[in-house]
Design a protein around this ligand. Structure first.
Ligand SMILES: [Zn+2]
Length: 355
């Protein structure tokens, strides 16, 4: 009798330990916060962005929350992903195009409104990149962050709301940013870390200052390619994908990447401008890259054209009608990639390790 009681107690204790262990197992959660490709709109899709979260099973992997790009509607998608904007530890930008960045004003204004006491949010992006030529310009994430609240200051709203609550910061939303700019290189370098989470960046081609990222955690790893394309801007070339992203993605678990379908290519009747086509990575080349890199999952996002859309934009109609998910899948599988393919939709998630 005594023996069996002890055994039962031991079993109970073991059960608790096992449950505790499962509860504290590390996990990585990847959520597409928006899959719209380019500045146009389709069917309520949010603009480009990916939420990467790391934590334990017991808190649904939500110890660290990192947002990569902040397209239109990111705030709403974050709410749906149970991650209020005040919970973001850092925001990373692949590049300064509005379809990847315009949601920042919304995120920071909301944070200033309700979380002015802080903490600041890290804004991680490339250092200023000057482009010389007929129309010399500088791509500047620093300026973007510094001036993110200017229209609201100019309209008088920031002052009006400060009179209501003087704890709100005087400089408006930009006072809540901590810009961590880096010089993108052709080799991965660590640009942000916290505890077990390490984020590396690499230079990639699309526009000046474009960078791609990799997050490494004990639960798994993910590469965020952004709109990266090959350094050689048009054929002849071996592939449309970025050699640097491929290097960054070596043996990674998941690649999240913007994609363009070959139907948008020159001569296919859409009228889509070839230079814009060639600066993206196409679906079959992404499959081939994922295969060479040894990735287990490929998440396609920023789909050009969107699944089900009669056109890209307007003004680029698809002569053979809207694409299906299978059209993207078929283009990827033609490369021989045999891993898991997610044809992205808003709020599509992937969790590592699998349950
Ligand atoms: Zn884009």
């Amino acid at each position: 009798m005594k023996k069996s009681t002890l055994t039962a107690a031991a079993a109970l204790a073991f059960g608790f330990l096992a449950a505790e262990k499962a509860h504290s197992a590390p996990c990585l959660l990847i959520t597409l916060t928006g899959v719209q490709g380019g500045p146009s709109t389709f069917n309520g899709q949010a603009g480009a962005g990916t939420l990467v979260q790391y934590g334990e099973d017991g808190n649904n992997c939500r110890d660290v929350s990192l947002q990569f790009d902040t397209g239109r509607g990111t705030t709403q998608r974050l709410f749906q992903a149970k991650t209020p904007v005040g919970r973001l530890n850092a925001i990373f930008f692949t590049h300064m195009h509005s379809d990847h960045s315009e949601g920042l004003a919304d995120i920071l204004q909301l944070r200033w409104h309700f979380n002015s006491a802080g903490p600041k949010v890290d804004i991680v992006c490339s250092e200023d990149a000057k482009v010389t030529g007929p129309l010399t310009y500088t791509i500047s994430c620093r300026n973007f962050a510094a001036h993110i609240g200017d229209a609201l200051i100019a309209s008088g709203e920031i002052s009006q709301r400060r009179r209501e609550n003087q704890k709100r910061l005087e400089g408006g939303p930009s006072d809540l940013t901590n810009v961590m700019a880096f010089e993108p290189k052709d080799e991965p370098s660590v640009v942000w870390s916290s505890g077990d989470v390490k984020v590396s960046a690499i230079r990639s081609a699309h526009i000046a200052g474009h960078a791609s990222y990799r997050v490494d955690t004990p639960a798994g790893s993910v590469v965020i390619g952004g709109d990266a394309g090959n350094d050689t801007r048009k054929p002849p070339r071996e592939t449309s994908t970025s050699a640097q992203v491929e290097l960054l993605a070596k043996d990674v678990d998941v690649i999240v990447h913007s994609v363009i379908h070959p139907v948008m290519g020159p001569g296919k009747g859409t009228g889509f401008p070839p230079p814009i086509y060639y600066r993206q990575s196409d679906a079959s080349d992404l499959g081939a890259m994922a295969k060479r890199a040894g990735a287990k999952h490929l998440m396609l996002t920023h789909l050009i054209p969107p699944v089900g859309a009669p056109n890209q934009g307007p003004p680029y109609p698809l002569p053979d009608g809207p694409l299906t998910e299978d059209d993207y899948r078929d283009a990827v599988s033609s490369s021989g990639f045999s891993g898991n393919v997610v044809v992205g939709s808003d709020l599509a998630t992937l969790r590592l390790p699998g349950q």
